[in-house]
Design a protein around this ligand. Structure first.
Ligand code: MF3
Ligand code: CO
Length: 254
């Protein structure tokens, strides 16, 4: 959506705040021996108890409230009692909430206990990709400037960018136009408008960029079996800079 009023901005900020809080809560739960289904149930309750709705549940038939993607899973891992976290894993948690008709959508990759330095670096660079991207996001620029910056940061660190999935517009619906690719030419994409709300979500692979779909029809997995990380925030482009709705404890503006 394009935020037209202060009420729209406030609506997006509240949805974003709850999304960020749900992710903070998720982080506090992550430890060896918990299953991804237990995480799903606890986070679902957390969202509902705050008067919001988990937007993923039943979305196009998706059966859970979070996506929980471990190691070589890029995104859309369906929570399961059989997926038990162990020391050294990385897990990407993606959460969406809807409240008062506004959406928040965000993801983080978390370490389970102590992880290898190469996984730590993957998580750090994926987060940096997001921030490099939004440094190049501004009213009047082409969206491709963000896409190019993300791809450039990932590839110059020896990683690859997943191309089959992209970020998206967001607002009254979780998925709206435009698409927000994490790769591409600076001259590509739409021209960024004031009030545009976007979910920017680099998905970065340690190895090759190629992925396949799991047998459940949802999970996206790296073809080479190497780890992947995800970092997503919902942002609003204003004439004074980019507001990040899903970062907590700071009215974050770049
Ligand atoms: N956060 C995901 C996205 O950005 C949505 C998860 S797919 C769902 O596209 F089906 F689980 F909702
Ligand atoms: Co998203």
């Amino acid at each position: 959506m394009i935020c037209k009023t202060q009420d729209d901005i406030n609506g997006m900020l509240l949805a974003g705040k709850l999304t960020a809080e749900a992710l903070k809560y998720a982080e506090s739960l992550i430890k060896p021996n918990i299953s991804t289904l237990e995480l799903d149930k606890l986070i679902e309750k957390y969202i509902i108890d705050r008067g919001a709705k988990p937007s993923f549940l039943h979305y196009e038939g998706y059966p859970a409230s979070i996506c929980a993607s471990v190691n070589s899973y890029v995104v859309h891992g369906i929570p399961s009692k059989d997926v038990i976290l162990k020391e050294g894993d990385i897990i990407s948690i993606d959460v969406g909430v809807i409240i008062n008709g506004y959406n928040g959508d965000a993801a983080r990759t978390f370490p389970v206990g102590k992880i290898s330095p190469d996984k730590e670096r993957l998580i750090r660079v994926t987060k940096e990709c997001f921030f490099e991207g939004i440094k190049n996001l501004a009213v009047g620029k082409k969206l491709g400037e963000l896409s190019f910056a993300i791809q450039n940061h990932a590839e110059s660190n020896g990683y690859s960018v997943v191309r089959e999935l992209v970020g998206h517009g967001i607002g009254h619906n979780m998925h709206e136009a435009p698409e927000v690719p994490n790769y591409g030419l600076k001259t590509s994409g739409v021209r960024v408008k004031e009030g545009m709300c976007l979910a920017v979500e680099p998905m970065i692979n340690m190895g090759e960029r190629y992925v396949y779909v799991a047998e459940d029809g949802w999970g996206i997995i790296t073809r080479d079996g190497k780890p992947s990380a995800h970092y997503e925030n919902t942002v609003i482009v204003t004439s004074n800079g980019v507001l990040i709705t899903t970062l907590q404890n700071e009215d974050f503006c770049i």
